[in-house]
Design a protein around this ligand. Structure first.
Ligand SMILES: *[C@@H]1O[C@H](CO)[C@@H](O)[C@H](O)[C@H]1NC(C)=O
Ligand SMILES: *[C@@H]1O[C@H](CO)[C@@H](O)[C@H](O)[C@H]1NC(C)=O
Ligand SMILES: *[C@@H]1O[C@H](CO)[C@@H](O)[C@H](O)[C@H]1NC(C)=O
Ligand SMILES: *[C@@H]1O[C@H](CO)[C@@H](O)[C@H](O)[C@H]1NC(C)=O
Ligand SMILES: CC(=O)N[C@H]1CO[C@H](CO)[C@@H](O)[C@@H]1O
Length: 344
């Protein structure tokens, strides 16, 4: 899929290289609460355009029609026209309203309408996949130990997946399917070594505890304390391509201000590993989540399949890196830009 992302003029020089690279591409499934923060949109931009990523599916864990439609619109704009999108039911037409600070704007309905496209065009949210069925289908079709799941929101769909048994997609139970197909679960949520963070308590914290405390495979956590101070989005706003939906989302949401980078940082780790930006905060131990969503790291030397991330560069440098990545990603898809309703 990554092969299709290059502007036409570059195809002849790059396609051979990128397509031969694709068997080793990182297979990702993203589970996002694209709704009350805009950094999910930045994360989708990075995942949809990364040449080393084979994006398999996007599940939306906030049950708004506009969240599902906006995810589809964003993916389509960056060339992922047929990517399956799941959304948690029952759907509502909820839109975000910032009743805490009265300073942030709503973007999902506007992006969904003006950039309508992909597998869920405007008016078609009910056609979205059941997220649990989508997980099971995509995982069953993937090579063993090849899939990275990136959770940048709530845990309803992953809890649902853990609870599944044999079906038309696979004879395996949820936990066995995960053990066979998933190489790593990367989670934006919690605070390290301990804290009380929104992605863990803001949905159903009992389901957060279910997923984190019972997941058997590798998990890497990207905590609140990392993303909080890494600001990004301003370069995309100021220098990004005209007609870019994620640039518009950042403008609608933050009124021309930079935003914390929780989800773009997490997706960057999922794609590239530690790279130059990250290091592990502990070499052993595991995360424990309470039923109220608070979490703490248990330093148990006998457990080595869980990690949490730390930044290894100053926050400003990490922010500059995310800004550069967002900008480059937005321009990388210019060759096959789709038109907005306003432009048509
Ligand atoms: C959302 O709004 C659309 C159009 O106004 C309507 O057709 C649809 O039934 C609504 N969906 C829900 C879940 O309320
Ligand atoms: C999954 O099962 C657990 C019990 O093992 C239950 O508490 C949880 O609510 C279930 N998850 C979903 C999404 O229904
Ligand atoms: C967990 O990650 C390690 C590398 O850190 C890898 O060797 C192992 O295969 C992974 N486990 C699974 C179940 O994929
Ligand atoms: C959550 O529950 C834990 C364990 O009972 C408790 O220690 C902690 O204070 C609670 N946190 C909040 C924010 O309620
Ligand atoms: C379609 C759907 O909703 N699938 C799962 C996602 O999360 C809910 C919990 O809110 C589960 O009950 C569903 O199985």
């Amino acid at each position: 899929m990554a092969c299709l992302l290059f502007p036409v003029v570059l195809i002849s020089t790059l396609i051979a290289h990128e397509c031969t690279a694709s068997p080793r591409a990182k297979r990702l499934i993203i589970d996002t609460d694209l709704f009350s923060d805009v950094d999910d949109a930045g994360a989708l931009l990075l995942a949809a355009t990364a040449p080393t990523v084979d994006l398999l599916a996007v599940n939306v864990n906030y049950p708004s029609t506009y969240s599902a439609l906006a995810a589809s619109a964003i993916l389509a704009h960056y060339g992922q026209n047929n990517l399956p999108v799941g959304v948690r039911r029952p759907l509502t037409n909820a839109t975000f309203f910032d009743s805490w600070f009265f300073e942030l704007g709503e973007y999902t309905s506007k992006v969904a309408y003006h950039w309508s496209g992909g597998s869920l065009p405007w008016g078609h949210a009910e056609d979205a996949w059941d997220p649990v069925a989508l997980y099971r289908k995509v995982l069953s079709e993937a090579p063993d130990h090849s899939v990275t799941i990136v959770s940048i929101g709530f845990f309803d769909n992953l809890s649902g997946l853990l609870n599944t048994s044999s079906d038309i997609y696979s004879p395996l139970s949820g936990p066995d399917l995960i053990a066979t197909k998933v190489s790593e679960l990367v989670i934006m949520g919690g605070e390290y070594p301990s804290g009380y963070e929104y992605n863990f308590w803001g949905g159903n914290p009992y389901l957060t505890a279910h997923v984190v405390n019972s997941w058997k495979g590798n998990i890497t956590f990207s905590g609140y304390e990392i993303g909080e101070n890494v600001m990004s989005g301003l370069r995309l706003i100021n220098e990004g391509p005209a007609g870019d939906p994620v640039k518009a989302a950042y403008i609608y949401y933050g009124y021309n201000t930079a935003r914390p980078s929780f989800d773009p940082l997490t997706v960057l780790y999922a794609i590239e590993g530690l790279g130059g930006l990250f290091e592990y905060g502990a070499e052993y131990g595991y995360n424990h989540v309470e039923p109220n969503g608070s979490n703490r790291w248990i330093y148990d030397k006998g457990v080595t399949n869980q990690r949490f991330l730390r930044l290894r560069v100053p926050k400003d440098r990490a922010g500059a890196e995310i800004d550069e990545r967002l900008l480059r990603a937005a321009y990388s898809s210019q060759g096959q830009k789709s038109f907005t309703r306003q432009e048509l």
